[in-house]
Structures are given as C-alpha cells and as structure tokens.
Ligand binder design. Structure first.
Ligand SMILES: [Fe+2]
Ligand SMILES: [Fe+2]
Length: 213
C-alpha cells in the first residue's frame, strides 16, 4: 500500500534531492556510461584541460536541470505535469553522473559554484511554476533546446580521438530533445523573445564561469 507523504516528509525528500544535486558522487547507481569502449582516449595536457572545461559546463547544465525540475515540481499546479516531468528529471540524474564520471577520468572536478547554479535554477523553476504550468513547461522546453545547442557545439569542439566524451554528449543530446518534446506535449507554450534572449544571456555567463571554475 502506498504511503501518503506528509508535508515534513516531502520537505525532507526535497532537501535530500537538493543535496544530491550539489554534492558529487551522492547519487545512487545509474545507467552505465553510454560508451562503446572502456579504454580512455589519449589526450595532450591542453586537450584534457579543454575537455574538462567543456564537461564542467555540461555538468553545470545538469545541476541547473536538477534545480529547474525541483523548483518546478514545488510550484507546479497540475499533478500530472509533476509526474510527467519526473521521468525527465530522473534521466537528468544519469546525465549528472555521466559528466561527474568523465570529469573524474580527466582528473578534474565540477564547478566550485555548483550550489549557486543549483539555487539560481531552483528559484527560476519555482517562479516559472508559480506563473503557470504552460509557462513553466515552455521554460523547460526552451532550456532543453538551448542545452541541445550547447551539446552540439561541444561535440564539434572535442578532440577527434575523444569518442568517449562524444558518445556521452550525443546520448545526452538525444534525451534533452526528448525532454523538450515531452514538455511541449504536456502543453508548454513558446516563450517571448525577450525571455528567450535573457535565458541565452544567463547561460552564456554561466558557461564562461564554469569552463574555468
Ligand atoms: Fe541533461
Ligand atoms: Fe534534459
């Protein structure tokens, strides 16, 4: 028999999810890395540094996705919307772990500003949910579309021999586009140009910082 969660139970579950999003290696086992070979590509120091910068950006994007989905779930009005977005949120945890794993392999680390990225995204998700489910889902759809653009750009920038990173990002890209479609299918509406441009501006600031720190 399913147990009904009290408000305090929900707060504890929410707090636990937030901590898992910002503390590396705190998520449970996930789908394996979507790679066709276990051997690590040979990279020069400069190549390795560049790939780590790109993967740190992608990891930050996944932290933001967690924040966005958690914030949205807090304020979404329609329980069906919450439930439908849960599947996307679960896949984002896999993306987070894949990026963490690749950063480990490169001897690097996630952004030191991870809690800040999470908090900002959580706030934006919660505000979007307060406005309306249609706006909130439109926000998710636009975010996923912009993430897909970044992933395609990063795949093009990766060293030729780094198929490992390419395969990870390619699988993430497939799923981001599915998340976008799911948000649209549940009623997400197109955002205005100023909102879309503001989101793009914020994403570029985040990328510039996360690449280095
Ligand atoms: Fe993702
Ligand atoms: Fe996604």
């Amino acid at each position: 028999m399913a147990t009904k969660l009290t408000l305090i139970d929900k707060a504890i579950v929410g707090f636990d999810s937030s901590l898992r999003a910002i503390i590396p290696h705190s998520n449970p086992s996930t789908r394996p890395l979507p790679v066709s070979s276990e051997s690590l590509p040979q990279l020069s120091i400069n190549e390795s540094r560049h790939v780590a910068g790109l993967m740190r950006i992608n990891h930050t994007g996944e932290v933001c996705a967690q924040g966005l989905y958690h914030g949205q779930a807090l304020t979404a009005k329609n329980p069906h919307v919450k439930h439908a977005m849960q599947h996307s949120a679960d896949e984002e945890i896999d993306h987070l772990v894949w990026c963490e794993t690749r950063l480990d392999e490169l001897g690097s680390h996630p952004s030191v500003f991870t809690p800040v990225w999470y908090g900002l995204s959580f706030g934006l998700g919660a505000i979007a949910g307060l406005i309306s489910d249609e706006f909130s889902l439109g926000f998710v759809a636009e975010t996923e579309a912009q993430v897909s653009e970044h992933l395609e750009d990063h795949i093009a920038q990766l060293p030729e021999q780094d198929n490992r990173s390419k395969e990870i990002l390619a699988q993430m890209n497939i799923e981001e586009l599915e998340h976008r479609q799911a948000a649209l299918d549940y009623g997400g509406k197109a955002l205005s140009t100023p909102v879309r441009l503001s989101m793009r501006w914020m994403a570029n600031q985040m990328k510039a910082v996360a690449y280095h720190f």
